[in-house]
Write a protein that binds this ligand. Structure first.
Ligand SMILES: Cc1cc2nc3c(=O)[nH]c(=O)nc-3n(C[C@H](O)[C@H](O)[C@H](O)COP(=O)(O)O)c2cc1C
Length: 309
């Protein structure tokens, strides 16, 4: 794999840039802070790690049960349980600062001002290579959901974060909208360096025995293989609507899945739910991409980005 160039640049328009050695990232909320997996495999081999969604204050999240398996996927209503931005900056960032793999912090504000404050608190912090603005979490009753759902609020959250940091800014889009390309265009105009998509799709499950919703929060976000075709189509369309890099996410469980997203136009991919079944999944996917390139005689990843026309 040594002769292959798997590198990818996620923020060509940003003065700091966000160069990745390879396109395989972890998806927010499915890989903790990375530290938990450092013992399981060599996480430094990954393209980038995106940490858990982070809010200004520490949060305990939604009532149990918060995770239920469905056909081909998982419904979750974690509700943004996290340690809060201060603990992240004090305890996690110094560890990341010694890593080769870039770490991107996923942020969630409850108001436009909070997005600005969170971005400002991360600016200049050693160990933080970029910010992913979560405007799309469907599990939180206040905050996040409104931002991803309208052009104005999505753009306002983006502009607020942009105004307070020079770090590369990725905006993560919600699939729970009427026209995702319009939101994509609006957040790029508001200053996003890159887009990631998709977040989970709203859904629910009912326990027919008790005649009650299974999740403590009634509804949750669907992830896993069940959402892959939807995510792929959205990535394909968004990549053709904007001129910034797009990161594909949604049901990626194999190298072939990842390659589909790359050929749809993604400059990188995020692996989420597949990690629950196999924490090494991102590494296996990376190795599989390398094998595909060798087999196909492709030396640079960039030759595959958007290849499916
Ligand atoms: C348990 C769980 C927690 C998640 N937490 C976050 C989060 O904190 N912030 C965020 O932007 N997305 C979060 N997501 C969404 C994932 O990052 C990803 O967008 C989604 O699960 C689709 O990818 P997948 O099918 O590969 O899991 C979470 C997903 C799951 C399953």
């Amino acid at each position: 794999m040594s002769s292959l160039d798997l590198s990818t640049q996620l923020a060509p328009g940003n003065s700091r840039g966000l160069p990745l050695a390879n396109p395989v990232m972890t998806a927010s909320g499915t890989f903790g802070y990375g530290t938990e997996y450092a013992e399981v495999f060599d996480i430094q081999k990954l393209g980038a790690i995106v940490c858990k969604g982070t809010t200004l204050q520490a949060r305990t999240g939604n009532p149990q049960p918060r995770l239920v398996e469905t056909t081909g996927g998982v419904l979750n209503s974690i509700g943004m349980e996290n340690i809060g931005i201060d603990a992240l900056v004090k305890e996690k960032a110094p560890v990341w600062a010694n890593w080769r793999v870039p770490v991107i912090v996923n942020i969630l504000g409850q108001s436009v001002e909070e997005y600005a404050e969170l971005a400002g608190l991360l600016d200049g912090v050693a160990g933080v290579s970029g910010i992913e603005v979560n405007i799309s979490c469907p599990n939180v009753k206040t905050g996040g959901i409104e931002f991803g759902a309208s052009l104005e609020s999505a753009a306002a959250a983006t502009a607020a974060a942009r105004g307070n940091t020079s770090l590369p800014l990725i905006v993560k889009l919600s699939p729970n909208v009427t026209e995702i390309t319009e939101i994509a265009t609006a957040v790029v105009a508001a200053g996003a360096d890159a887009l990631s998509l998709i977040n989970t799709i709203k859904g629910m499950a009912i326990d027919t025995g008790s005649r009650k919703p299974v999740l403590g929060n009634v509804s949750g976000g669907l992830s896993g293989p069940a959402i892959k075709p939807v995510a792929l189509h959205m990535v394909y369309r968004v990549a053709r609507s904007v001129d910034v890099p797009v990161i594909g996410c949604g049901g990626i469980a194999s190298a072939n899945d990842a390659l589909e997203f790359i050929m749809a136009g993604a400059s990188a991919v995020q692996v989420g739910t597949a990690i629950f079944a196999d924490p090494r999944a991102p590494l296996d996917i990376l190795e599989g991409i390398g094998r595909f390139m060798e087999k196909e005689g492709v030396s640079r990843l960039s030759e595959l980005i958007g290849a499916a026309t």
